[in-house]
Design a protein around this ligand. Structure first.
Ligand code: ZN
Length: 272
């Protein structure tokens, strides 16, 4: 559902070959940026020690995007701070945000695959495909994507929204959960809504998907209809949940989120 941007994913091991390259430096899983939210330039990072991994992961309006990953133990250089994806919404153009989603997921991937999960030997980046490869046993680890089903449940002119304890004050969103082994996205959503809200849903309609860098999720969105049951919030997971009229909604997720787009869609559908 995310609109296409001018970011194009590619994979090319090694450092950039152009002076105009955009550098995405990660210390552990954290992107480093200047206080004005700009990325460090090549000269900024040249003086640092050698990164664990360097490769081109895409192009943005024709400029190479280069990921450089240092270990999490490395000190953050003076004058730089951590740039979080959500805090950069509204500050970065969509193409830069799309690049950051990919960079973050790939940084996590390389950090988790420095050593082979099968035999324990050091891994190397494959020159031919986006994979961490083990020279000793041949095992390959590809970037990990974790699917999450997210659903907006509709009942007449009301929608079901819930609060997790870690949400911003007053904010409510759609229910979501990780797809389990052997489960379809639809089965996952029915199970999650039953577990977290105590109700059954039906008539699931695929809405769209969104890559999400916490830390390597793919949000798969559905609109669904209420079927039966009384609301009962799952303790620990859900702080509060309720049916909200579409003309009286609480604080909503950020406009850049899939959940918000589903809510806006439901509101537009309900208008006479
Ligand atoms: Zn191995």
């Amino acid at each position: 559902m995310t609109a296409r941007t001018d970011f194009e994913p590619v994979y090319a091991p090694g450092d950039s070959r152009g002076a105009s390259a955009l550098i995405f430096p990660f210390v552990g899983q954290n992107l480093l940026i200047h206080p004005n939210a700009e990325l460090p330039c090549a000269e900024d990072v040249q003086a640092w020690d050698a990164p664990l991994r360097t490769f081109c992961f895409g192009t943005l309006a024709g400029r190479e995007c280069v990921l450089k990953v240092w270990p999490s133990e490395r000190a953050i250089p003076a004058g730089l701070s951590i740039g979080d994806y959500r805090s950069l919404w509204g500050h970065w153009p969509d193409g830069h945000l799309a690049a950051l989603v990919r960079a973050k997921q790939l940084a996590v991937w390389v950090l988790h695959n420095l050593f082979c999960g099968a035999c324990g030997q050091p891994m190397t980046l494959s020159p031919a495909e986006i994979a961490c490869a083990c020279p000793a046993c041949g095992y390959k680890a590809y970037p990990r994507i974790s699917p999450v089903a997210i659903g907006l449940v509709v009942k007449g002119d009301e929608i079901l929204l819930a609060r997790s304890p870690h949400f911003a004050p007053g904010m409510y969103s759609a229910l979501a959960g990780f797809v389990e082994a052997g489960e379809s996205a639809e089965e996952c959503l029915c199970r999650e809504v039953q577990e977290e809200a105590g109700i059954k849903i039906h008539n699931l309609r695929y809405f769209g998907s969104q890559s999400w860098p916490y830390p390597h999720s793919l949000m798969i969105g559905f609109i669904a209809d209420y079927h039966s049951g009384e609301l009962l919030a799952q303790k620990d997971e859900i702080e509060d949940l309720a049916w909200f009229r579409l003309d009286g909604l609480p604080v909503q997720p950020h406009p850049g989120s899939l959940a918000r787009r589903m809510i806006e869609f439901a509101r537009a559908q309900a208008k006479p």
